[in-house]
Design a protein around this ligand. Structure first.
Ligand code: PGA
Length: 250
């Protein structure tokens, strides 16, 4: 049985004092869960979040990183830097980075390799636009993004990779894919991984759904055959609401 992984993506929200208060409020609400709980926070919150989360079951991730270890890349943060302060996860290839910051399938692939080199676990985002969906290209787009993202990775490295299927039209819009549609897209991604790495790897890999996940739809989404939890944006900004998503079976 695959575990469920619920990750918050705070995006460009939350000051350090808010991050500390959030984690202090969340910790007792999720302490009994069997699910994995991750918060992907802005760089400026990482250190405070790591300290506050110590001794809890909340894990901390970043939202992006550069693929080089160091050098003349003004404004960038490397995987080595994230690892050095104890970060465990990093989101790679979020659609907002692909859309606004020129992230490509090639840089996504390089960043995943750099994350793994630094023993960080990448949460790799794939997903189609509304136009692609309406022209019947969803499966082709998401399987191609998956293949290009994972190019050159070994079977063993796949154990440390999480994939997040996030249809772009569902992000921040309040529109959620139906659980059936989301499950089918995730099955398509799993089949692609089976083709590339075999059934055992495909059966094990965690594939989340993201796009307007909230406490009112989490159970329906996460109890399908193939959705292994969620990457949660807007609903991860309130500890009470996020805890209900983590505890979706209660
Ligand atoms: P949302 O964002 O839950 O606000 O739709 C999800 C994401 O972008 O990861």
């Amino acid at each position: 049985m695959r575990r469920k992984v619920i990750a918050g993506n705070w995006k460009m929200n939350m000051l350090p004092n808010e991050a500390i208060a959030f984690i202090e409020a969340l910790a007792p609400l999720v302490k009994d869960t069997q699910n994995e709980v991750i918060l992907c926070v802005p760089y400026t919150d990482l250190f405070y979040s790591l300290l506050t989360a110590q001794g809890t079951n909340i894990k901390i991730g970043a939202q992006n990183m550069h693929f080089e270890e160091s050098g003349a890349y003004t404004g960038e943060v490397s995987g080595k830097m994230l690892k050095s302060i104890g970060v465990e996860y990093v989101i790679i290839g979020h659609s907002e980075r692909r859309q606004y910051f020129a992230e490509t399938d090639e840089t996504v692939n390089k960043k995943i390799k750099a994350a793994l080199r630094n023993e960080l676990k990448p949460i790799v985002c794939v997903g189609e636009t509304l136009e692609q969906r309406e022209s019947g290209k969803t499966e082709e787009i998401i399987t191609t993004q998956t293949r290009l993202a994972l190019e050159g990775l070994t079977q063993e490295q796949l154990n440390s990779v999480i994939i997040a299927y996030e249809p772009i039209w569902a992000i921040g819009t309040g529109k959620t894919a139906t659980s059936e549609d989301a499950n089918n897209s995730i099955k398509a991604i799993r089949n692609e991984i089976a083709k590339l790495y075999g059934n055992d790897v495909a059966d094990e890999i965690i594939i989340q759904y993201g796009g307007s996940v909230k406490s009112s739809n989490a159970k329906e989404l996460f109890t399908t055959s193939d959705i292994d939890g969620g990457l949660v944006g807007g609903s991860s900004l309130k500890a009470d609401e996020f805890s209900k998503i983590v505890n979706y079976m209660n």
